[in-house]
Write a protein that binds this ligand. Structure first.
Ligand code: ATP
Ligand code: MG
Length: 408
């Protein structure tokens, strides 16, 4: 049995337990959309007329998530099912969240959702789709359209503009004309959305196989210029980003690689600023910056000695770096000779020789009478480089080299 089916069964079981207590319970949102499209849903959400307090009675161990929205998390066989009470959202004044919510009817709950394709319910017992928002016709036509007036819906929650792009890209859908125009008109409001949320959406757009379409839609809607204050749109650069994204091989790529591909045209300083502006984790920033700053060394591969190459290969992001090089060469010149040479060279280096433990340590040098300090560090580095370059091959050689350096 696949994991997906288990998650689905967990949701079904949750739903049946609510029904057994006389409640309405349906599947909602993304899982309904994905099932109708024949795609594997990421997760299953249940909606019900039971209030959170009632849900808690039926599932005593359910946890509140987003108390303000009346969403409960039920754990079933290791799967987490969100159980949300039908609601309607009150006015929005922060451009992201409703000021208040009110529990309501199934139809109200469908109408508070963002896009018609996300507003469908499914009754898995009767096997019927419940469609208050004309979602099914948009689903078969392949259209992302807001539920209700797009200007209003995007003014309520500015993040929905990025979501529209993400769904259109991922599903290969068009953004309905009025919806598209509303995004184009309101794109600059994206700036008031928290950077973390912007990055979460952007990450999903960039790592997905549909990243080229995603990036193009960001550019076409004008959202591209408002992703981060320190990342102004640049028409020529944005085109090159698209070209490079199109070369990326994997169905899903590492966020660090996708970002490096997007930022490659910027200076290292600018790239670092943009990463910080997007509030990425330090770890992710470090990886992106390392990839970008290591690329020029690969591009002058004849100047890379064996030690240089091994040190690059020893890094966790070596594969990502090579993939960036391949993308960059393919997108810019189409000549992959450098990449091929590096692949051939690195293939000849056995794994145990990439980052061997050093022949000589600081303690060894200490025993030779050297006190800790910059000089010791320099000698250690030089001896290790010699080891990586395979110009020395034993601890004895290493000691001799250190002695020679000491006497200089
Ligand atoms: P994914 O497969 O990416 O998870 P999804 O449709 O399940 O897609 P979620 O972000 O998980 O998207 O949200 C679940 C559902 O909640 C959506 O299908 C939509 O109906 C509703 N929703 C989520 N975010 C918003 C929003 N910002 N505004 C209105 N409705 C939303
Ligand atoms: Mg979801």
């Amino acid at each position: 049995m696949t994991k997906q089916r288990d998650a689905q069964e967990a949701a079904l079981d949750t739903l049946k337990k609510l029904r057994a207590q006389g409640h309405i319970a349906l599947l909602a949102g993304g899982c309904v959309r994905d099932r109708l499209l024949g795609r594997a849903p990421k997760d299953y959400d249940v909606v019900t007329d039971a209030t959170p307090a009632r849900v808690k009675e039926v599932f005593p161990r359910a946890r509140h998530v987003g108390v303000q929205f009346g969403v409960m998390l039920v754990r079933r066989w290791g799967f987490e099912i969100e159980v949300a009470t039908f609601r309607s959202d009150g006015p929005y004044s922060d451009g992201r969240h409703p000021d208040e919510i009110r529990f309501g009817s199934a139809e109200e709950d469908a109408r508070r959702r963002d896009f018609t394709i996300n507003g469908l319910f499914f009754d898995p017992i009767e096997e019927t789709v419940i469609d208050y928002v004309d979602g099914r016709s948009d689903l078969s036509a392949g259209v992302v359209r807001t539920i209700g007036a797009p200007e209003l819906r995007f003014a309520e929650d500015h993040l929905r503009m990025l979501r529209a792009v993400r769904f259109a890209a991922r599903l290969g859908f068009d953004i309905e004309r009025g919806t598209f125009e509303a995004i184009a008109g309101l794109a600059d409001r994206l700036r008031s959305v928290s950077t973390e949320r912007v990055w979460m959406e952007l990450e999903m757009i960039l790592v997905d196989a549909s990243r080229v379409r995603g990036w193009s839609l960001l550019v076409e809607t004008g959202l591209r210029g408002h992703l981060a204050e320190v990342w102004p749109a640049d028409e020529a650069d944005d085109r090159r980003v698209c070209d490079r994204l199109g070369v990326l091989r994997a169905e899903r790529v590492e966020p660090a690689l996708a970002l490096a591909v997007a930022l490659k045209g910027r200076t290292l300083e600018a790239a670092r600023k943009i990463c910080r502006g997007l509030r990425l984790s330090n770890r992710l920033i470090k990886t992106v910056v390392w990839i970008l700053q290591s690329l020029p060394a690969l591009q002058r591969d004849d100047a890379l000695d064996l030690a240089d190459l091994k040190m690059l290969m020893a890094a966790d992001a070596w594969d990502l770096l090579m993939e960036l090089l391949r993308c960059d060469l393919t997108a810019s010149r189409g000549d992959l000779a450098i990449h091929q040479r590096l692949e051939a060279r690195s293939a000849t280096i056995p794994p145990e020789k990439v980052a061997p433990s050093p022949f000589l340590t600081g303690d060894d040098l200490g025993a030779m009478g050297l006190t800790p300090g910059p000089r010791l560090g320099k000698i250690l580095d030089a001896v290790y480089r010699a080891q990586l370059n395979e110009t020395i091959s034993s601890k004895r050689d290493a000691r001799k080299l250190a002695e020679t350096m000491l006497s200089e």
